[in-house]
Design a protein around this ligand. Structure first.
Ligand code: BES
Ligand code: MN
Ligand code: ZN
Length: 499
């Protein structure tokens, strides 16, 4: 992955005369009678003798969200081009997400540019940095023709409020967070013939070593010895055996302990309960939760959160074969509970509870689990809103933070009456209900059966939001999105600040 080189410049007025940028990015707002210039654009407008808004209107610009219009400067500025990007309608104030999306649209349009000066940072520095980096990302590892490279260098105009020191810290944190999102995207976008449990483990080991994390990998023999029946059952059908990873960031002074668990099915065919052929390729993304928590524990170390953060990552490939687990099998999960498998395509919950029970052995203060768990999540909430379940207070806290980041999660209940539908004829629990109703919630209830009373935990179902099968929008390209890395980062920061 190539991340643009980031720098902080003076405010737009000071920076404009001496910038070596090829393109200056300004924001526009959608006014009643045409585009308006956002803060940060005033100095650029001065170079156009105050006629920039009129010029943009003549070119057909409206200021609507993500609109991109390029204007040649014809020597009025050292930079050759002004790129005007729409922020959309202004409410009480321009929101961080408006800035992030506009910066993302600009980041996409800057492909092939060597150096840009982004003035959207005068509205919100963190959002401008995140949006620009995320928007400029492309995954070309498997293309012979790489096309236009992402913008190589980006200077961000300093906002008027705050000190240079604060701005530098914000730039560094935002850049590091955005880079963590790209770490997750790269993993998700890597195809399943190259990314399987052992190769994922190798990549995680490299990241752990580079960032001073404790690292442990359990292979299939160790999993068997220790009794991880869920992971072994699901992974049994593949010639590429399962793994369970543990990565720990342990700073000298840690106020709280946070456990992270992420679903790592490197490909989900459904197993013997085989999925239909249409769109089965999307199941390359069934390890998005694993990618997200791996990127997040690395991020915790990079930003030195005063928290102990431990990621547990179950990895398996769900395939049909002569060694696959079957509908009708009973698995003994880590910790001893038994589960009757009624559908081998409900595999995520089986690998997850093994990892969650193990995570809880270390007595964390919080348990954050995330997974591409159910198609029902997509039916209920669509492609851009995650389902957030768990213990009441922590669930609401995480959902609120997720909305603030622009990653958009919504709190969901775990209705009591669905629990009985998971009763099994012969085991402690069945892995599915046998009906379609409330499928996202039933999966959450299954997980809850393995969470000790009193532990603050959250389950974030990212089946839809983790992978963009449509066109690029805002700062989200096609493929892996990296949701919920920014949410986990913000939750960790919130726990560090407030306990
Ligand atoms: N990985 C899928 C869920 C999924 C579906 C993720 C669509 C992303 C997009 C999961 O393992 C699965 O197959 N779930 C089943 C559960 C069912 C058998 C109870 C589903 O949702 O159909
Ligand atoms: Mn499945
Ligand atoms: Zn799955």
């Amino acid at each position: 992955m190539t991340v643009p080189k980031l720098a902080l410049s003076d405010n737009t007025g000071e920076a404009l005369a001496k910038t070596r940028a090829d393109v200056v990015v300004i924001g526009t707002l959608q006014g009643e009678d045409g585009p308006l210039l956002a803060a940060g654009a005033a100095a650029v407008d001065a170079a156009f003798d105050g006629r920039l808004a009129g010029l943009l209107a003549t070119l057909g610009a409206s200021g609507k969200a993500e609109e991109v219009v390029k204007v040649p400067t014809l020597g009025k500025l050292p930079a050759g081009v002004v790129l005007a990007v729409g922020l959309g309608k202004e409410g009480d104030a321009v929101t961080p997400e408006q800035v992030r999306r506009a910066a993302g649209a600009a980041g996409r349009a800057l492909a092939g540019t060597d150096r840009a000066l982004v003035t959207l940072s005068e509205l919100d520095l963190q959002a401008a940095v995140e949006g620009t980096i995320l928007g400029s990302y492309v995954f070309t590892a498997y293309r012979s023709e790489k096309g236009d490279a992402p913008v190589a260098k980006v200077d961000f105009a300093s906002p008027s409020a705050g000190t240079a020191r604060e701005h530098k810290a914000t730039l560094k944190a935002a850049g590091t967070i955005a880079e963590a999102v790209l770490v997750a995207r790269d993993l998700i976008n890597t195809p399943p013939n190259d990314l399987y449990p052992a190769s994922f483990a190798d990549r995680a080991k490299k990241l752990a070593e580079d960032n001073g994390l404790e690292f442990e990998v359990l292979d299939e023999k160790a999993l068997k010895r220790k009794g991880f029946g869920g992971i072994l059952g699901v992974g049994g059908g593949s010639s590429r055996p399962p793994r369970l990873l543990r990565l720990a960031y342990k700073p000298a002074k840690a106020a709280k302990k946070v456990a992270l668990v992420g679903k790592g099915i490197t490909f989900d065919s459904g197993g013997i309960s085989l999925k239909p052929a249409a769109n089965m390729d999307h199941m390359t993304s069934d390890m998005s939760g694993a990618a997200g928590v791996l990127a997040s524990v690395v991020l915790a170390a990079k930003l030195k959160y005063p928290l102990e953060v431990v990621a547990h990552i179950p990895l398996a490939e769900n395939l049909p074969s002569g060694t696959s687990y079957r509908p009708g099998d009973v698995l003994t999960m880590y910790g001893g509970k038994t589960v009757e498998v009624l559908n081998t395509d409900a595999e995520g919950r089986l690998v997850l509870v093994d990892a969650m029970v193990r995570a809880a052995e270390e007595n964390p203060d919080y348990l954050i689990e995330t997974s591409t768990l159910t198609g029902a999540q997509v039916v209920a909430l669509g492609n851009r809103t995650a389902g957030v379940m768990g213990s009441d207070d922590f669930r609401d806290r995480v959902a609120a933070i997720m909305q603030a980041t622009g990653e958009n999660g919504w709190p969901m209940p775990l209705p009591e009456e669905l629990r009985a539908d998971l009763d099994s004829r012969l085991a402690d629990l069945a892995n599915v209900t046998g009906h379609r109703w409330g499928g996202m919630l039933a999966a959450g209830i299954f997980l809850r059966e393995f969470v000790a009373d009193g532990l603050d935990w959250v389950h974030i179902d990212i089946a839809g939001p983790s992978f963009n099968t449509g066109s690029p929008w805002g700062y989200t390209g096609k493929g892996g999105t990296g949701v919920p890395v920014r949410t986990i980062a913000a939750v960790l920061a919130d726990i560090a600040a407030n306990g």
